[in-house]
Design a protein around this ligand. Structure first.
Ligand SMILES: *[C@@H]1O[C@H](CO)[C@@H](O)[C@H](O)[C@H]1NC(C)=O
Ligand SMILES: *[C@@H]1O[C@H](CO)[C@@H](O)[C@H](O)[C@H]1NC(C)=O
Ligand SMILES: *[C@@H]1O[C@H](CO)[C@@H](O)[C@H](O)[C@H]1NC(C)=O
Ligand SMILES: *[C@@H]1O[C@H](CO)[C@@H](O)[C@H](O)[C@H]1NC(C)=O
Length: 329
């Protein structure tokens, strides 16, 4: 192996291929962690000829995929709480990230109690792989006391990355909406948003929040695309199954994908909310947009999303391989 091959081999052998953290949610500068390929000044010593005592490790196949498992709208009952616990404990070892796309409790007229959030936190703590939670309406705007519920969500779910140092280094929380996050994992941009279903209490607040996130998402994707070029792949995740009241986010987003990105970046929109599985290519009439809605509950295991890192494609069904019933628990 020549020096470059050795350097590349060492580089790809490390677990994190292109893990880059954002200096800040708004900051356009990515930190680069690529090794320097400059040759040594001194020549390497000649081979000894004698075999080494320990065998050389066989080459590690470079990571070509990022595997994410996703669930949502769970647990709604004591039975589902037990089921979710089992599912979290059995998350397969290929998982690099687990996403809960919101609604960690059943929507009811009963108050949203801290004890419920804590109990679900205890269940999600069991995940074998790093996990992040998206906010849903059942634990926020559909609660009796929305402000209290919002603070419970932040307390119990907006700092999940702190439990995994590998993830904590990558996740950047939005300064205005701490439940909103951004991370680049193995070269893939993942954006977790506050797009809830449920009640609109204050249409000004609702509209401001959607507009703010539409702008942030556009900035984020453009910065990321400038860095990654044809290899770009994006996951946008929010709780909501888009309806008319979400137009404040989805209309500018659709225009952005069509007219600014020209459908050149494959994007997966991952959501929950309606409790039916949906796999929808050409989402919003855009060839680069795929929408996947999780089934909800514990009827089936979290879906497995394989991001195919090394294919350069604008087709999201090639960039993302989605598998249902990927494991038993
Ligand atoms: C979940 O894990 C975190 C970090 O270890 C811990 O602080 C928290 O108390 C756990 N939650 C429950 C409900 O056990
Ligand atoms: C509605 O939200 C706006 C923007 O956050 C805020 O200025 C206004 O006071 C809110 N109105 C009510 C009635 O709470
Ligand atoms: C994919 O795109 C990246 C970034 O533009 C480029 O460096 C790489 O060579 C491309 N890979 C293939 C297989 O075309
Ligand atoms: C997609 O295209 C169809 C047919 O032109 C149109 O009826 C529909 O409103 C479009 N949907 C969106 C979200 O733009």
């Amino acid at each position: 192996m020549n020096l470059i091959t050795v350097a590349l081999f060492t580089f790809f052998s490390s677990n994190v291929v292109v893990a880059r953290g954002f200096p800040g949610f708004f900051d356009s500068e990515f930190r680069k962690t690529l090794p320097c390929f400059k040759p040594d000044v001194e020549p390497s010593t000649a081979p000894s000829g004698a075999p080494s005592e320990t065998p050389t490790q066989s080459p590690v196949v470079p990571a070509e995929t990022l595997i994410i498992y996703a669930t949502g709208d769970v647990p709604y009952s004591a039975v589902e709480a037990v089921g979710l616990m089992g599912q979290m404990q059995a998350v397969p070892s290929d998982a690099e990230l687990v996403l809960h796309v919101g609604d960690i409790r059943r929507s009811t007229t009963t108050p949203c109690l801290a004890s419920e959030y804590e109990a679900v936190q205890g269940i999600l703590n069991q995940s074998t792989a790093p996990l992040l939670v998206i906010v849903g309406d059942n634990e926020w705007n559909d609660c009796t006391n929305t402000d209290e519920a919002y603070s419970f969500f932040h307390q119990y779910f907006a700092q999940f990355e702190k439990q995994w140092s590998s993830l904590e280094a990558l996740v950047v929380r939005d300064p205005v909406y701490p439940e909103v996050f951004s991370l680049v994992q193995e070269g893939i941009l993942v954006l977790g948003l506050n797009l809830v279903g449920g009640r609109v209490h204050n249409s000004t607040e609702w509209q401001n929040r959607l507009t703010y996130q539409a702008n942030q998402v556009q900035e984020r994707i453009l910065d990321y695309w400038a860095e990654t070029g044809d290899a770009a792949k994006v996951i946008v995740t929010g709780h909501a199954d888009p309806r008319t009241r979400h137009a404040g986010f989805f209309t500018p987003f659709q225009n952005f994908v069509a007219n600014t990105l020209n459908n050149r970046v494959p994007i997966l929109y991952l959501n929950g909310d309606s409790h039916v599985y949906k796999y929808e290519p050409t989402f919003l009439n855009q060839s680069s947009l795929l929408r996947v809605m999780v089934r909800g509950g514990t009827v089936e295991a979290p879906i497995r999303i394989q991001v195919n890192l090394e294919v350069n494609t604008t087709d999201p069904s090639v960039a993302f391989t989605v598998l249902r019933n990927a494991y038993v628990w």
